[in-house]
Design a protein around this ligand. Structure first.
Ligand SMILES: C[S@@+](CC[C@H](N)C(=O)[O-])C[C@H]1O[C@@H](n2cnc3c(N)ncnc32)[C@H](O)[C@@H]1O
Length: 302
């Protein structure tokens, strides 16, 4: 059983998490175990064929909806031929559940913050390489292009461009926003101490600018998915609350289960500040509830 290692966290963050998560101790323990997961790339191979190939190499797998958990492998999964051939993408289980929340409305999809391409390549996979995905980012463009090529994606155009200046309209827009990343402490334990409240407010400012640009570019009857891998309400419910107060939008509730458990409702009164009741429709994946990274997701509709 994992130990709750409190010593590595900044005290102010421990105090915050103690208030946010009533099962605080199990939250801390859950941050000490990581599941290595892969998403099968059905553009290149079926789930069953991938299972057979990896099991033939002695890898012990557990099936999840969009791929597998790697329970045991004698070698680094990123260096096996199946990875190099683009048969799978190494991706957290919560992360691979975000893109399937879309109802695809037309043949054009915008990914505002695409690098290194985990969700972009999944959009193309679901679109079966038809239509067009416009993938924007300001950084890691080579990694994005490499992943697109490795996974056999043929319907994606990459732009090195600041998405706060987005000027194309679409009915499906993904905003996987830059964030402080406290939801991925299990993958990167340095996140226990490497971020400050200033970083949270810096990200919030950028997240609002990106969301404003996304909403401006969203066509009527369209949907924008906003997500982060941060646990901090300031980067999540507060950003959505701000958007509800300032733009003509509503939220659509995401109803899904993961590992047999419903997602957790968005926090309506984080740290005592009451937000618009609609934020309940936002959802959270939590390490101690779903055994995944912490992710926040909201579906904004116009
Ligand atoms: C959470 S990561 C995206 C992960 C990616 N969607 C995936 O699934 O692999 C956030 C991204 O936002 C990008 N970003 C930050 N500011 C941006 C801006 N103004 N315009 C576009 N992208 C930006 C960062 O470079 C980073 O790659």
């Amino acid at each position: 059983m994992e130990e709750a290692r409190t010593g590595e966290y900044k005290k102010e963050f421990l105090d915050r998490y103690r208030i946010l998560f009533k099962d605080f101790n199990s939250f801390l323990k859950a941050n000490e175990r990581e599941n290595l997961c892969i998403r099968v790339n059905t553009l290149k191979i079926s789930k069953e064929k991938l299972r057979k190939r990896l099991e033939d190499r002695g890898v012990i797998l557990e099936e999840i909806e969009y791929g597998f958990k790697i329970l045991k492998s004698a070698f680094s999964i990123s260096s096996c031929p199946e990875h190099l051939f683009g048969y799978f993408y190494i991706q957290g289980e919560a992360e691979m559940n975000i893109v399937p929340f879309f109802k695809f409305k037309e043949k054009l999809v915008i990914d505002m913050c695409a690098s290194p391409g985990g969700k972009t390549t999944q959009i193309s996979e679901i679109m079966k390489n038809k239509g067009v995905v416009l993938a924007f980012d300001v950084d890691r463009i080579e990694a994005l292009k490499n992943n697109i090529q490795r996974l056999g994606v043929e319907n994606c155009v990459v732009f090195k461009k600041d998405s706060t200046k987005l000027d194309i309209e679409a009915k499906n827009i993904l905003l996987d926003a830059p964030c402080t990343g406290s939801g991925i402490i299990r993958k990167d334990p340095t996140r226990k101490y490497s971020r400050s409240m200033n970083d949270i407010y810096f990200c919030q400012n950028l997240q609002k600018k990106l969301l404003e640009a996304g909403i401006r570019s969203l066509k009527t009857d369209g949907e924008l998915i906003y997500c982060t891998c941060s646990l901090e309400p300031e980067e999540n419910e507060h950003v959505i609350d701000w958007a509800l107060k300032n733009f003509d939008i509503t939220l659509e509730e995401i109803t899904t289960t993961i590992n047999g458990k419903k997602l957790v409702d968005g926090f309506q009164k984080p740290f005592g500040k009451r937000l618009d009741g609609e934020v309940k429709k936002c959802k959270r994946f939590l390490p101690h509830v779903h055994d995944t990274h912490g992710m926040f997701v909201a579906k904004v509709v116009k």
